[in-house]
Design a protein around this ligand. Structure first.
Ligand SMILES: [Zn+2]
Length: 203
């Protein structure tokens, strides 16, 4: 039964890994275009960041970590995307053992519940991809050497908490105040953006 659970976690990991890597790469390309850079060396270096960012965050989302080319259990991971899935799987497996279900019946139940929790996880996934985009932006701006700081731009109709951050500028390595972290999103479905403030030389 642990094998089935682990199999689903690996599927989730693979899904999230591919998604986060693509989004981080897109974020890097957009950020370099923003500062007018088309340096292959920098792009390559930035994309290495995308690979490790996606791997680490996808692993974290399924309660694992990436060590020496392998996914291993990580008791400290946040279980954010998988808490619901994990509980559902545990409940199904317990029931299957108690009631002597066939393997087919168990597989069907797992499939239904996995789909159910996947839709609940969608909001979390959307937030994670927004983080990956911004992480790619900021990393590429750092490598470009053209960007002095970053500025929070509030999204159209975004919440009051976000309004307070509108126009706030901090150094690339610094967190925004009031829990803004490295950049948007501030909350699920946040529509805010972060833009680069160029150095004097780059203007
Ligand atoms: Zn916002």
């Amino acid at each position: 039964m642990k094998a089935i659970r682990d199999g689903l976690l690996v599927l989730l990991f693979v899904d999230m890994h591919g998604l986060l890597e693509q989004i981080t790469r897109d974020g890097i390309a957009a950020a370099l275009a923003q500062v007018g850079m088309s340096d292959e060396g920098i792009t390559e270096q930035a994309n290495e960041f995308a690979v490790s960012y996606a791997r680490d965050h996808a692993a974290d989302l399924v309660g694992k970590k990436w060590v020496d080319g392998e996914l291993v259990d990580n008791p400290k991971a946040q279980w954010r995307i998988d808490e619901a899935t994990r509980d559902l799987i545990r409940a199904d497996v317990t029931k299957a053992v108690d009631e002597g279900w066939s393997n087919d019946r168990l597989a069907e139940a797992l499939g239904e519940n996995y789909a159910f929790s996947a839709s609940r996880a969608e909001t979390i996934a959307r937030t994670e991809t927004a983080f990956a985009d911004v992480a790619g932006n900021i990393h590429a701006w750092k490598l470009s050497g053209q960007v002095e700081s970053k500025q929070w731009i509030v999204g159209d109709g975004c919440c009051d908490d976000c309004q307070e951050l509108d126009g706030t500028t901090v150094a690339l390595d610094q967190d925004f105040p009031d829990g803004g972290g490295a950049g948007p999103p501030l909350h699920p479905n946040c529509r805010c953006d972060v833009v680069p403030v160029l150095t004097e030389d780059a203007k």
